[in-house]
Design a protein around this ligand. Structure first.
Ligand SMILES: [Zn+2]
Length: 239
């Protein structure tokens, strides 16, 4: 069994993702469990959600509004109090200095113990999914914001003028840790049920049959670690 080595004294998390529904796919069971245990969890969405539709009648503006509303509904199901939208154009996200600074501002504002996000590298080991460039861009910018933009006083002094003091994050959890994961969150049934409900709140993106697939994914994630349904993370403990 994989050792559960995340620090039990931690109490808050900031989840940084590219799109509405990314967190629901990757870490919503964990988020449900953390909130149930009294954690404060906040989402930061980097893009405006203006692209994921094949509907010829759909406009970018209309879709963006729909996806914002779906994300807020999903967050309410999980018990989050705050969702922050950075509103960079969907599908065109880059790990730019502007994005890094905006995420650093969010870290300084919310002062999380833990940051959760996708992997900044493309995984070509899966024959059915090649990954989305926005996911990698968001993760790369978020990692760079944690170390070192959010913690350095002299980087972006204008953030100090906005009264966002530097902040050091204690741990980083990178989603979809796979068989080499160092942090495995085994989900109780109530967490799994909530995470499926939250994913289904993204009506414009998922079919209502997605629940069975989600349950299978989580069972498969836990198996190599000798536990039930789970979400897995690569874990980094920072000084
Ligand atoms: Zn996505």
């Amino acid at each position: 069994m994989t050792e559960q080595i995340s620090d039990p004294s931690l109490k808050s998390a900031l989840v940084v993702v590219a799109h509405a529904d990314d967190a629901e796919y990757g870490c919503s069971g964990t988020v449900a469990q953390l909130i149930r245990k009294g954690w404060e969890v906040t989402y930061v969405l980097c893009t405006d959600g203006s692209k994921g539709s094949d509907d010829l009648e759909m406009t970018q503006q209309k879709l963006s509004a729909i996806r914002h509303a779906e994300q807020i509904a999903a967050a309410k199901i999980l018990g989050l109090k705050t969702v922050e939208f950075l509103n960079y154009p969907n599908s065109l996200l880059e790990p730019s200095l502007d994005l890094r600074k905006d995420i650093a501002r969010m870290i300084r504002k919310h002062k999380p113990d833990v940051m959760i996000y996708n992997s900044p590298t493309r995984d070509l080991s899966n024959s059915g999914y090649i990954g989305h460039p926005d996911h990698m861009a968001a993760a790369e910018a978020a990692l760079s914001a944690v170390y070192s933009t959010a913690r350095d006083r002299l980087t972006y002094p204008d953030l100090l003028e906005e009264e966002y003091e530097p902040h050091k994050v204690a741990e980083v959890w990178v989603m979809h840790g796979g068989e080499v994961a160092k942090h495995v969150v085994e989900l109780e049934e109530q967490d799994l049920v909530k995470s499926i409900s939250a994913l289904k709140a993204h009506f414009s993106q998922v079919s209502q049959e997605v629940g069975d697939r989600m349950r299978e994914w989580k069972i498969r994630s836990g198996k190599p670690h000798g536990v039930g349904p789970a979400e897995t993370y690569k874990l980094f403990k920072l000084d």
